[in-house]
Write a protein that binds this ligand. Structure first.
Ligand code: HEC
Length: 133
């Protein structure tokens, strides 16, 4: 029957199309750095006022040891569920997205919000994170 064959062809196409869509989804959709890709454009385009400044790197490293190392490790290599911050996802993220991710955290997944830290400190931390290779 023609209609039955048509139905089979159409459902085959739908299956192929949905597989293609699934394959194109970024892998980090719900991984430990998923938050970075969710930063709104307005945050992504923020400039780091301390980019590349040695003093800010040193201050950021100190803040990291104080606030972050307990979960991400002294070397930021990640512990248990906390992300490895040497990953390409961090290296390639716009500084504004990192700033936004720190401010908002991902509390449900165990990453606290750091909105109580002043912007200056958050940017120092971002500056430090950007030195990790
Ligand atoms: C209480 C433990 C804990 C502390 C303290 C902590 N983190 Fe996290 N962090 C996590 C966890 C868990 C994740 C993974 C979240 C997920 O699965 O989405 C994470 C993810 C991240 C990410 C990836 C972005 C995201 O949220 O998707 C960055 C960047 C990050 N942390 C940086 C920091 C920095 C910088 C500090 C210090 C200011 C810090 N973290 C302190 C637990 C922690």
């Amino acid at each position: 029957m023609l209609t039955r064959r048509l139905v089979r062809v159409v459902s085959g196409l739908v299956l192929v199309a949905s597989l293609a869509v699934a394959a194109r989804k970024p892998k980090n959709e719900d991984g430990p750095v998923a938050q970075l890709s969710k930063a709104p454009r307005s945050a992504q385009s923020l400039e780091n006022p301390y980019a590349g400044q040695a003093e800010a790197v040193a201050a950021g490293r100190k803040l990291f040891e104080q606030h972050c190392a307990q979960c991400h490790g002294q070397d930021a290599r990640g512990l248990e569920r906390a992300a490895d911050l040497h990953s390409p996802a961090i290296r390639n993220a716009p500084p504004g997205s990192l700033f936004w991710a720190l401010r908002n955290g991902r509390v449900r997944k165990g990453m606290p919000s750091w909105s109580q830290l002043p912007d200056q400190r958050l940017w120092q931390i971002v500056t430090y994170l950007k030195t990790l290779k």
